[in-house]
Design a protein around this ligand. Structure first.
Ligand code: GDP
Length: 140
């Protein structure tokens, strides 16, 4: 089933200069890019995005990390794209991520882990609309 997901190339990966390499993997992986935006989040914007994690001990630290520099927000489309993008990202902790995954190759730590991907159709709908207006998304 064709679906959409929000992907983010996080501030650590943009700062390291590997956003282009990650975009190449997205293109080579057969994902269709519908939208892209470089944005430097405020603390309030990061806190709203990660609101589901507000009870987790790392919430404050995660929100601060996400404000350390610009990130590249993307909308990807394709069959089973939510699962396929999370497979390409790899496990949250890069030490546990499989060889060939983006986090294995580019993440620095469990927090500064290079990329984000929506984890369900419900969160994808919230997250895509959090970053993008309807007119910023280019249907193919
Ligand atoms: P994801 O779906 O793989 O991104 O993982 P989660 O939804 O569980 O966590 C959201 C984000 O919080 C992760 O991508 C990390 O940036 C961060 N994170 C997750 N677990 C930890 C942790 O144990 N410590 C810290 N500092 N950050 C974490």
């Amino acid at each position: 089933m064709t679906e959409r997901t929000l992907a983010i190339i996080k501030p650590d990966a943009v700062a390291k200069g590997v956003a282009g390499q990650i975009l190449s993997r997205i293109e080579q992986g057969g994902f269709t890019l519908l939208a892209a935006k470089l944005i430097h989040l405020s603390h309030e914007q990061a806190a709203g995005f990660y609101i589901v994690h507000r009870e987790r001990p790392f919430y404050g630290s995660l929100c601060s990390f996400m404000t350390t520099g610009p990130c590249l927000a993307l909308v990807l489309e394709g069959d089973d794209v939510i699962r396929r993008w999370r497979d390409l990202m790899g496990a949250t902790d890069p030490a546990k991520a499989a060889p060939g995954t983006i986090r294995r190759d580019f993440a620095s730590s469990i927090e500064s882990n290079a990329v984000h991907g929506s984890d369900s159709a419900e969160s994808a709908a919230f997250e895509v609309s959090y970053f993008f207006a309807a007119l910023e998304i280019c249907p193919r």
